[in-house]
Design a protein around this ligand. Structure first.
Ligand code: NAD
Length: 454
């Protein structure tokens, strides 16, 4: 196997940089260094860990533009999205910098003594991330894991390692101890699998496809180590006749075509109540036509290219034989471009069931509230979803009825670092972000101190 891999700019199709492919020995050396660094890190005063994470946040904030430009080049993200992503990393670090001083245990009444609990760090945490949001998803793991007193070994996706590598350098510049946060580039079958099999990696966080996630979970089961899984999605955007149709149609392109649809939370099924189905499509067509696909370095661009030629072929295969109602536009140059597509679908269709992970949305009609919930749940996935209605009771009933981890009423928001995020069913296991994330990187220890004099 080659010792490097080559990165390709998705907007031009041109190779621009080689990146090292770590060997098994190099992964083991990084894990051994992390074991040592973690002991010293966990022994620091909570305030010292908090200060170190705040310094890391500050230095990321100072490098937002550099990180954003790297993401434009490596991932084809529009510059405005990439700036948001880099700032988000700083915000996540700042938020979890508050955690070391808030990892409160309990005092439990036990006769004859004092009983208290401690949140002990696992030790070394292995974090494996996908290519679609390289910086943000990594930070959801490493910030709370470090805050809780762990060391982190992070494996970025082969296609998009550059911002993660830079974050590793910035951590050192910010004064985090060497070895505490190691970014290791390489293949899933070497680096990722070693995180799963190595006895000194005591927890794994995996974000990626459901198929690989199942393998990772099976490997973690063999090593009896906890695992958090953030996997695929086929989220529904449910539009009721009593919803604000203009608003729902205007917001729908952003909900599925953001990041060229390469978003685990993409609302890739629009379920529309039959009585307003035609009207909704009339409103959706100009909104899709207005969606700006193009050069990711321009501030006005809303959607860049797909990540690779191979991925574009996979996405295109979903359109073969599909009933395409209308399409947006895309540049015709050498990059991995694809125009957004709106497809009319029926519940059994492949496009209505499988994750496309591209700028394709399936529109399906439904009859009534019960039918909407049934259709929304007619998928193996359960990550996100939206619903549009002005009826409060219906909003509550449907939000409770849809089996997804993250739902939004009359909006499409899914990710806020201070609220929990994660999927049900085949979309995942466990939750990231929110007020409890640092605690998820600890195990509870109970200690009883006898106080009897004799
Ligand atoms: P992928 O599963 O192919 O790869 C994800 C990561 O796992 C990569 O770093 C890869 O190198 C590594 N990997 C591959 N094989 C491995 C193995 N055997 N052991 C350990 N690690 C291994 O996924 P992808 O194509 O990079 O990303 C797309 C998928 O990620 C989509 O299905 C998407 O829905 C999902 N995703 C989910 C979320 C979420 O939060 N739920 C977020 C983003 C992406």
């Amino acid at each position: 196997m080659s010792t490097t891999f080559t990165l390709i700019d998705p907007a031009t199709g041109l190779a621009f940089q080689d990146v090292p492919r770590a060997s098994l020995e190099e992964v083991d050396a990084a894990i051994a260094a992390a074991v040592v660094a973690q002991r010293a890190w966990a022994a620091l005063a909570p305030l010292a860990r908090a200060d170190a994470l705040r310094s890391f946040a500050r230095i990321v904030e100072e490098h937002v533009e550099e990180l954003a430009q790297l993401e434009v080049r490596n991932s084809g993200h529009p510059i405005s999205s990439a700036r948001w992503e880099a700032s988000h990393v700083a915000q996540v670090l700042n938020f979890y910098a508050g955690a070391p001083e808030r990892l409160n245990g309990q005092q439990i009444p036990v006769a004859g003594g004092l009983d208290v609990t401690f949140h002990e760090p696992y030790g070394v945490v292995g974090i494996i991330v996908p290519w679609n949001f390289p910086m943000t998803i990594a930070s959801w793991g490493f910030a709370p894991a470090l805050a809780a007193g762990n060391a982190v070994v992070l494996k970025p996706a082969e296609l998009t390692p550059l911002t993660a590598v830079r974050l590793g350098e910035l951590a050192l510049e910010a004064g985090l101890p060497g070895g505490l946060f190691a970014v290791i580039t390489g293949s899933g079958s070497v680096v990722g699998e070693r995180f799963v099999s190595h006895p000194d990696v005591r927890k794994v966080v995996f974000t990626g496809s459901t198929d690989v996630g199942v393998e990772v979970a099976a490997g973690c089961a063999r090593g009896l180590k906890p695992v958090t899984l953030e996997l695929g999605g086929k989220s529904a955007n449910i539009v009721f006749a009593d919803g604000d149709l203009e608003k729902a149609a205007a917001a729908a392109p952003g909900a599925v075509f953001d990041n060229a649809g390469q978003d685990c939370c993409a609302r890739s099924r629009i379920l529309v109540q039959r009585s307003v189905y035609d009207r909704f499509l009339e409103l959706l067509e100009p909104a899709v036509a207005a969606w700006r696909v193009g050069d990711p370095s321009l501030e006005s661009t809303e959607m860049g290219p797909l990540i690779s030629a191979a991925h574009r072929d996979t996405v295109a295969s979903f359109l073969e034989g599909a009933d395409v109602a209308f399409r947006g536009s895309a540049p015709s140059g050498d990059g991995f471009w694809m125009a957004p597509s709106v497809v009319l679908a029926s519940p059994g269709d492949r496009i209505a069931r499988e994750e496309v992970f591209g700028p394709v949305v399936a529109v399906l009609p439904f009859e009534d509230e019960a039918d909407a919930i049934r259709l929304a749940n007619d998928t193996i996935y359960g990550l996100a979803g939206s619903l549009w209605t002005e009826n409060l009771g219906r909003a509550v009933r449907v939000a409770r009825g849809v089996k997804s981890g993250v739902l939004s009423v009359n909006s499409h928001s899914s990710v806020r670092y201070w609220t929990p995020f994660g999927g049900m069913k085949a979309s995942g296991l466990g939750r990231e972000l929110g007020p409890d994330a640092a605690e998820h990187f600890t195990e509870t220890k109970n200690v009883f101190f006898a106080t009897d004099a004799s």
